[in-house]
Write a protein that binds this ligand. Sequence first.
Ligand code: GLU
Length: 431
Amino acid sequence: MKNKNGPHKNLNLNVRGLGKSATIAISEKANSLMEHGVKVFKLGLGQSPFPVPEPVVEELRNNAHQKDYLQTQGLLALRKAIAHHHNQMYGLKSTAADVLIGPGSKELMFLLQLCYYGDLVIPTPAWVSYEPQAKIIGRPVNFMPTTFEDGWKIHSDHIREICHSDCTRPRIIVLNYPNNPSGTTYSNDELHAIAREAKRYEVILLSDEIYGQIHFQGKHISIATYYPEGTIISTGLSKWCGAGGWRLGCFVFPHSLKWLLDSMTAVASETYTSTSTPIQFAAVRAFQGGYTIEQYLAHVRRILSALGKKAAQMLRQAGARVAEPEGAFYLFPNFSPLNEKLARHNIYNSRDLCEYSLNEMSIAFLPGSEFGRPADELTARIAYVDFNGARALSASEHIPLAETLGDDFLDHFCRPALTGIERLCDWLTGL
Ligand code: GLU
C-alpha cells in the first residue's frame, strides 16, 4: 500500500523535515571537501583546538580498565568534585546530590526539556540546538532578540516583558555566556539585574556556562551566585578541557529542583543508562583543578583572546560590525554595512554569504539564521578554531604569562584560522 505520508513515511510530526544540526553538517561538509582534496578553512564547528590536559589524559589511561556501569546520576567522586569546584568558584552550597552527569550537556538539555513542562525562552543569537530540541519534544519556544548595540545580551527588561503579562506560566530561560555565537559575556552588575528579575517571576534559568572557564580574563561568575534557588548550571569538559569527543556534560541543580533532577535521572536510566565510566574517572581529575590545569587554562585563554581580538579588528577594518570578544572562540560579525556591495554578488542574506564563502573561497562558517536571527540579516558565526592547538600551547608556554601575544605569535601558530579570516577580509575589502 502506498504510504500517504509520502517521503516522510511514518516519521513523528515533530521531526519531519529535521536536518542534521548546522554545526555538525558544516563540519561534515568541510571534511568531505577536504577528503576530495579541497583545502577548507574550517571556521564552522565550535571545537576546541587544544589537547586535553596531560594529567586528565593520564587519568583516562589509568582507568581504561573500568568496565562496569556506573550510577545513572554519575560517579560519586565526580559529582563531589564538580560540586566542590562550583562552590569554590561561585560561593554555592552544592553537594554531590545536586549534580547530574550525562554524555554531553547537549543530551542533558534535551532531557531537561523532555521532563520540564513549560516554555523555553531563548535569547537570540543562540546556539543552534536549543530550538530544534524544543521542537523535537514539542515545547513552545519564545525568542528574545538582542542587538549588536547591547553586545548581543539580554537585560532585566527582557525578562519583565516576557513574564509580566502571564507571570504564572512555567518557563525556562536559557542564558549562555561567554556566549556562543557572539563571544560576549555578562558583567556582574548585568547578572545581578537579570537574577533579580528572574527571582521576581520565579522562572528557572538554564545557565549554559560551558565556556565559563574560557572567559579571557578568567573572571567568569555564575549567575547561580545571585539566584541559587532558580538556576541550573550546565557545563562539561568539551570546551575548556578540549574534550568534545569525550562527551561528558553535567548539570548542577539547586536543592529545590530535586524533583526535576530525579525525573531526568529516571529518563536517563531508560535511555543512556550511564555515562562512559573511564571518562567519568578522568573527569574527576579535570574538575579537581590545581596548578597544571590553571596554567593550561591561562595559556588557552591568552591564545584565544589574542586571536579573537585580532580577528574582530580585521573584520571591522573590512567593514563588518563586530562585538569585542570576551570569551569562548566565536565572533558574530554583522556584514550589513556592506549589503550593497554584497548584493552585486547576489548575496542578500547570511545563507547566501556562507554558501558563497564556502564555494568560492573554501571558508566554512555558519549563517546567523542558524542562530535564530532573521533570515535576511547579514550576520554569521565564525569559530576561530582552525589551528594546531597543541603547537600553539607549547609555544605559549615559553612566553611569560604577563606578556600579551602579538601578531608574530598569531602568524606562526594560529593558521589556518587566521588565513581564512584574512582571505575573507581581503575579499570584503576588495568588493
Ligand atoms: N557547540 C559547538 C558549536 O556550536 C559544537 C558542538 C555541537 O553543536 O553539538 O559549534
